[in-house]
Design a protein around this ligand. Structure first.
Ligand SMILES: *Cc1c(COP(=O)(O)O)cnc(C)c1O
Length: 339
């Protein structure tokens, strides 16, 4: 099987399994797991933030950030295709009691003028704006890199209105590797960030949220409330350390493979997409001569797994388990199916 469903399907490396087997552990609810503490210190340093906290998933990390920054009855500005709005089962409404204010972005980026326009005036009829969320790379837009200057412009607006900014940086390392912009430059225009160890970096479990010390202190209480306080979880954090220390630079290979795939598919009739819009490890295409289910099923018959993105697109995500050869086979298979 060539599994292009996601960059979460990866297996831990030998080095990760060894680190996990040998990890020194303790009860992290008491702050006594040395491996988790090491992962958190390393993460805070890499993000240029005061403190970091290990959480079980990216979704929990984002939701803890929303819960910590906001209060019920306030409004959160976010991009209409963002993960927090689109893919977290309305968790921010259910748990935080916030009202989302989705804005249509361009390739995942919300113009700063639009964000400023959406910030509420002080009026008893209106919910106060409590948070602005950004996403980089932007998943549903196709793994697109949101330009640093766009993030800086939003941050400038946010500062003027004293509104915090949370970055869903599940794939912030993909953004950095693709653009050459240091991660710290991106995080410098955010109050808090969440990133995933379990996406392209290959760790089996876990995400990090990072931000100011007082923010993380309150976030720890939210993590406990949600049941995300784990015990000897240094076992999994150990793989996260290996991910951060050894798996970041190789994301460039995933990007090269996605580029190869995009260029290979670009010339085919029966597929609608612009290969110039592929920035990182995600290629999203729209079949025009068959249904998405048909294309997905035919690929699966040939041993290639993809994901259907509702309403009408098919997504290929390169990851460390697929190589150049797999990509060539995928291009050939799509050619055959569309012929
Ligand atoms: C995958 C993803 C998440 C959520 O991460 P999980 O660990 O799957 O909960 C959040 N944001 C973005 C942009 C993602 O791609």
């Amino acid at each position: 099987m060539i599994d292009l469903r996601s960059d979460t399907i990866t297996m831990p490396t030998v080095a990760m399994r060894k680190a996990m087997a040998e990890a020194e552990v303790g009860d992290d609810v008491y702050g006594a797991d040395p491996t988790i503490n090491r992962l958190q210190e390393l993460s805070a340093e890499m993000m240029g933030k005061e403190v970091a906290m290990f959480v079980p998933s990216g979704t929990m990390g984002n939701q803890i950030a929303v819960l910590t920054h906001t209060r019920p009855g306030t409004e959160v500005i976010l991009e209409a295709d963002s993960h927090i709005y689109y893919y977290e089962a309305a968790a921010a409404s259910v748990f935080a009691g916030i009202q989302p204010r989705p804005l249509a972005g361009r390739r995942g980026s919300m113009p700063a003028e639009l964000v400023e326009w959406a910030i509420r005036q002080d009026d008893i009829h209106l919910p106060p704006t409590s948070l602005i969320c950004l996403e980089n790379t932007h998943n549903r837009a196709g793994g697109t890199v949101v330009p640093l200057k766009d993030m800086q412009a939003v941050y400038e607006v946010a500062n003027r209105y004293k509104i915090p900014v949370h970055l869903d940086g599940a794939r912030i390392f993909n953004a950095s590797v693709a653009s050459g912009v240091p991660v710290k430059d991106y995080t410098a225009c955010t109050t808090s960030i969440q990133f995933c160890l379990s996406k392209g970096l290959g760790a089996p479990v876990g995400s990090i949220i990072a931000g100011p010390a007082d923010f993380i202190e309150e976030a720890r209480r939210w993590r406990k409330r949600l049941g995300g306080g784990m015990r000897q979880a240094g076992i999994i954090a150990a793989a996260g350390i290996v991910a951060l220390e050894t798996m970041v630079d190789r994301l460039a290979e995933d990007h090269e493979n996605a580029r190869l795939l995009a260029d290979g598919l670009a010339s085919l009739k029966g597929i609608d997409f612009n290969p110039d819009e592929v920035d990182t490890n995600i290629v999203i295409v729209k079949p025009t001569t068959m249904s998405i289910e048909q294309l997905g099923d035919e690929l699966e018959k040939r041993g290639i797994l993809t994901v259907v993105i509702e309403p009408d697109r098919v997504r290929f995500t390169t990851n460390k388990e697929v190589n150049r050869d797999d990509i060539e086979k995928t291009i050939t298979a799509v050619k055959e199916i569309l012929a």
